[in-house]
Structures are given as structure tokens and as C-alpha cells.
Ligand binder design. Sequence first.
Ligand code: PA5
Length: 435
Amino acid sequence: METIKVNIKHAFNRVSERDIEALLPEVLEAKRHLLEGDAAGNDFLGWVNLPEEIDKQELARLKADVARLAEKSRLLVVIGIGGSYLGARMVIEALQSEFASMVRDNQPYIVYAGHTLGEDYYNQLLELLDREDYSVCVISKSGTTTEPAVAFRIVKAHLEKKYGKKAASERIVAITDARRGALHDIAQQEGYPAYVIPDNVGGRFSVLTPVGLFPIAMAGYNIDRLLQGARDMRSICHGNNTLEENPALMYAAVRNALYRKGTKVEMLVSCQPNLRYLAEWWKQLYGESEGKSHKGLLPHSLSITTDLHSMGQYVQDGERLMMETMLRVRRPNTTVAVPTDEKNLDGINYLTCKSLTEINDCAAEGTIQAHVDGGVPVVELSVDKIDEYTIGQLIYFFEFACGVSGYTLGVNPFDQPGVEAYKRNMFHLLGKPGF
Ligand code: PA5
């Protein structure tokens, strides 16, 4: 089985192999907490066995709802914020054409709402929805989050005006708590098909529940392969107790070793633009899980080579705060070679017949060398290629490593008390009763 490989040799400019190996007892203890559920946050460990325990009947019902809605929709509006949309968006954007909105016509195109309160965004969305047949997937675990609630009210009113109340209700799917919350009550009263986010799965760990699976399947991707990748990575993460054999333990150990040597920022570096939402999902996963008690690496991201022309200077020469985690993809899904040009006026004939992957790989190698020389440790993660299976592996790998890393850091990786502060102030300013 192809798996994720972690190469730490470019991190030795800040930590030694011994520093990393010395963390083995701590990461093993953290792993034990995840498997035995005997530490803080143990009521949010449902994701640990999710790929194995997925309810087959619910999966079949989900696929049937996807088929029913896909037939009559050119667009699916996914309404959700944070963990309620980033996982699905990460998978869809990694797999679809960068120009999907222009070139796809046999599968619904996914648009997003509820992740912003930008007024122009909603006017532009409504203009689009005037023109296209669409359905709605509204996602909120609590069922009470303001941004998706506002978006759902706006989009639902549009949908009901466009199709009538009954036909509109046949175009809505709700994903929420099994028993509580305003969205749960609306779905019950209006008779929308509903799917449950398990109580013991937090938002940022929910991509392998209907939260991610429904939109991903609507976009036409194979959720069985995604789940298989996650299952296989789960076996690797649960079954191996050495850093060499367990990539999640190695990644958790090296980032904690670097943190203890004064590293403050971790930049997830990807070499292709379709992985930018993988970085957004990863930022939420690690930022919300570890950023507490005034601790934790600040997650940031870079895209090679795009950002080398903006952030490259800082990374090379600015404050020595950061490490990089570079995600390498060994095989591209398609190739494009540089054509020959007899006149060679642009002077790039030395690249003739090279594929863009060969050029990009040289850019990545050159970047690693330059950044390491400049004092930035680089951890390389590599996967064979980008498809549903490897993304499933990446999801489980990053989730498991996050749990291990958070416990090793000494925080509860599964709460997010800091997220409430802005809400209290906003509710007060908006005059919400009780605030
Ligand atoms: O990870 C989390 O818990 C958060 O990012 C939530 O997913 C986000 O706040 C949305 O919450 P809800 O799904 O309850 O609307």
C-alpha cells in the first residue's frame, strides 16, 4: 500500500534526530490517550474510529439523496462555516478542475455560503441562483451558528420563491445534531431529509461524516475510495509504535521538537494550487486544536512557486520564527511539456520537452535547499498522487497526528473555548436577547 512518507532530514538545522527520538514516549502516551479515551476531550473522539464504523445504511440513503438532487441541480449551495464546510471544500477543490465552474456540465458545481457575512457576496450568489437550477445542503452541528443561519434564511427565501414551498423543501438537505438546535427543529418541521453529525465528533474532525461526504458525493467524487484511504491510514496510525513506521507519530514528534526549540510558525507548503483548501482545512484543524493556553505553533501556508514571489523574501531572510511542512505529490494526474521554439527568443529552450512537474520539482528542491541554508527547518510529507484514496489517507493522517501533537503539547486538542469571545461581543452589539 502506498502511504504518506515523512522526511525529517531537512529539519536537522534546528533539531537533532535525538531530540525527535526523545519524544517517542510522549507521542506514544498521547496515542494511548486517543485510543483509550482517558484524557481531556475524550468525549470528542468519535472521529478515531469513524472510517471503520460508518453506518452503511445511512451511506446508501445519502447516495440516493445525492442522485435525486444531482439530477435536477446544476448547482449545490453548501451552507456552513469552519468545520462545517472546510473539509468538503478541501476535497472538492483538490479533485476538480481549477476551471470547473466554466467546464463542468455533467455534475453539480458546488458554491458556498454561510462562511461569510459579506453583503456583496450574497447579492452575487442570488443573481447566480436566479439563473441556475440548484439545491441546498445546510450544515451546522449546533444548529445555531449565526453566519449559516443568516445565509440559510436568505437562500431558503430565494428557493421558495423560485420553486414554491413544497418543491423547495425537496431541494434541501440538512446536516445537524440528532436531537437539538434550531436547524434540527426547522428540518423536522419542514420535512427536509436530515443527516446526523455524531455528538462525539467536533466540527474540524467531521469531514468523514455526512458533513463532508454529502457535498463531496454531490460534486461527483468517490466517497467509498475516500473512506478506504482513511481506513487504511487508520490501520497504519493505530498499528505502529515507532516513528519510522508511523507517519502521524513522526510528524507529531518533529513539530513538537521544533516548537520546543523556539519555532513559532508552521507553514504548510504545497506545490500545486488545487491544494490551497487543504491548507485552509489544516489551518483550522491545527489552529483550533492547539492554539490555547498561550501555546501552539501558528499555522500558516504557502503555495510554491506563487508565494515565493511574495513571501519568499521573508521566509529566506526575515525573523527566524518558522518551520515549513512541504507537501510533495510524487506523480501528477496529467502532464504538460514545454514546447520547442526554434527562435528561442524567450531563452527557455533549455526547458524544452521537460514536463511542468519536472520544473516544479526542481523549484521545490531549490526552495528546500535555500530555506534550509537560510535557517528554516523543512519537513517533507509525500504522497503518491492526488485522488480520493490519498486524500482519505491525508485526512486521517492529519487528524490523528493533530490529536497526538495536541496532547504532546499539553492541551486538550478537542475544545475551542476561544471561539466564543467574538460571538458574545457581536451578539451584544446586535442586541440579541440575553446579551
Ligand atoms: O470546528 C469547529 O467546531 C468549528 O469550526 C465549527 O465547525 C464552526 O464554528 C461551525 O459550527 P456549527 O457546525 O455548529 O455551525
